[in-house]
Design a protein around this ligand. Structure first.
Ligand SMILES: *Cc1c(COP(=O)(O)O)cnc(C)c1O
Ligand code: SF4
Length: 358
């Protein structure tokens, strides 16, 4: 067994373990994790400094999860875009392939709370998903997801990568994972040696709080980057965890320092069991406004809502940057709230017809 597997094996999973470790009523804990499994591995647990801190809230079961009458089991209607059980195919050119239901931690805010740690995904289901992709030439980009794909052993993961890479119309393979953050010991040299055979390969990592960026995480990300894998981050805005400008700013700055490019900052989905962690859209827009102009544009993620019911992702911008736009000029407000005029070139001179992008 590899070192990361030893660490994972020592995770807190059972009611008694969790109740004892965090001094919780075992009956309550039991009811929550019967619905939504828990897993707290010793590495991630070591980041907790005290009760209800930003790391604690991400992984310790909370009674409020089972009293949520706003959220939905499948808020993004993934089941509606799931032609075979391991696939979500919403955008024509991209498909999401779920390869496991397991993770190194079970985040209490997870959008796939209905599945993770619960509904198993068999090798046969994954194979059928790959067959689906092979049969559709319009799919250019496959996103391995789950659960956490990097929880698979190297051999099982390589089998999937090999099969996907052998499909001629697949250009990009992406992996969506929390492993470099949740259990960085998983990112071994062997894993990186294996992954780099399947380029172009991109990895998006879920980060929530600056305290997650440890020495171990820096090593893991450097190893992946040294294997030539472009790294991006995805962050969910969560009440009482990271819903303020200073926290998000620090997180983004620390991410670029470990060679991870901030990709998406998400408004929380309407997932059943997570309503107590949701914050307002204005909060996200205010944070975005606070970043713009104050840190490198390279460190600024897009702010996204994944629309309820399967409408897909949409980017939101603070609305008050463009004050007016006409044929003569564009009037804008900069990051210091000063007004500027940008003179237009005539459409005729530019040879541009309005609406050409649509
Ligand atoms: C998020 C998502 C993708 C990838 O979207 P990008 O904006 O390209 O990162 C693809 N398929 C599904 C179903 C998704 O939810
Ligand atoms: S690691 Fe990802 S898939 Fe797993 S519980 Fe956390 S957010 Fe959900």
């Amino acid at each position: 067994m590899e070192r990361w597997q030893h660490i994972l094996k020592k995770s807190l999973i059972k009611t008694e373990q969790i109740s004892t470790a965090f001094d919780l009523e075992s009956e309550k804990t039991d009811r929550v994790i019967a619905e939504y499994p828990a897993r707290i591995n010793p590495y991630f647990m070591s980041l907790i400094q005290k009760k209800d801190d930003p790391i604690y809230k991400q992984v310790v079961p909370d009674e409020r999860e089972i009293y949520d009458d706003v959220g939905m089991d499948d808020p993004l209607n993934e089941e509606g875009d799931s032609p075979v059980p391991s696939i979500v195919h919403r955008y024509k050119d991209r498909a999401l392939l779920m390869v496991t239901n397991q993770c190194a931690i079970y985040c209490r805010f997870c959008t796939r709370k209905r599945l993770v740690g619960k509904r198993p995904i068999s090798r046969e289901m994954v194979r059928r998903g790959i067959d689906y992709i092979r049969d559709r030439e319009e799919i250019k980009d496959v996103i391995l997801s789950g659960g956490d794909p990097l929880i698979l052993k190297d051999k099982a993961l390589e089998e999937i990568l090999e099969r996907v890479r052998s499909i001629p119309h697949i250009e990009v393979i992406r992996i969506g994972t929390r492993m470099p953050c949740a259990l960085p010991q998983r990112i071994t040299k062997n894993l990186c040696r294996m992954l780099k055979k399947y380029h172009p390969l991109y990895i998006n990592i879920n980060f929530i709080h600056p305290r997650e960026i440890t020495k171990e995480v820096a090593t893991a990300c450097n190893r992946l980057a040294d294997a030539g894998i472009p790294l991006g981050s995805q962050t969910v805005l969560l009440k009482g965890i990271n819903d303020d400008l200073e926290t998000i700013k620090e997180l983004m700055q620390r991410l670029i320092a470990i060679r991870v490019k901030p990709y998406y900052l998400y408004q929380a989905d309407l997932t059943r069991g997570t309503e107590h962690m949701r914050t307002t859209v204005e909060c996200g827009l205010d944070i975005l406004r606070g970043l713009q102009g104050h840190i490198s544009g390279f460190a600024i993620p897009k702010f996204m809502i994944d629309l309820p019911g399967g409408g897909g992702k949409i980017a939101l911008l603070p609305s008050d940057t463009v004050i007016e736009m006409n044929e003569i000029e564009v009037i804008v407000k900069n990051y210091k709230n000063k007004i500027y005029h940008y003179p237009q070139v005539t459409a005729e001179k530019a040879g541009y017809e309005w609406g050409r992008g649509n």
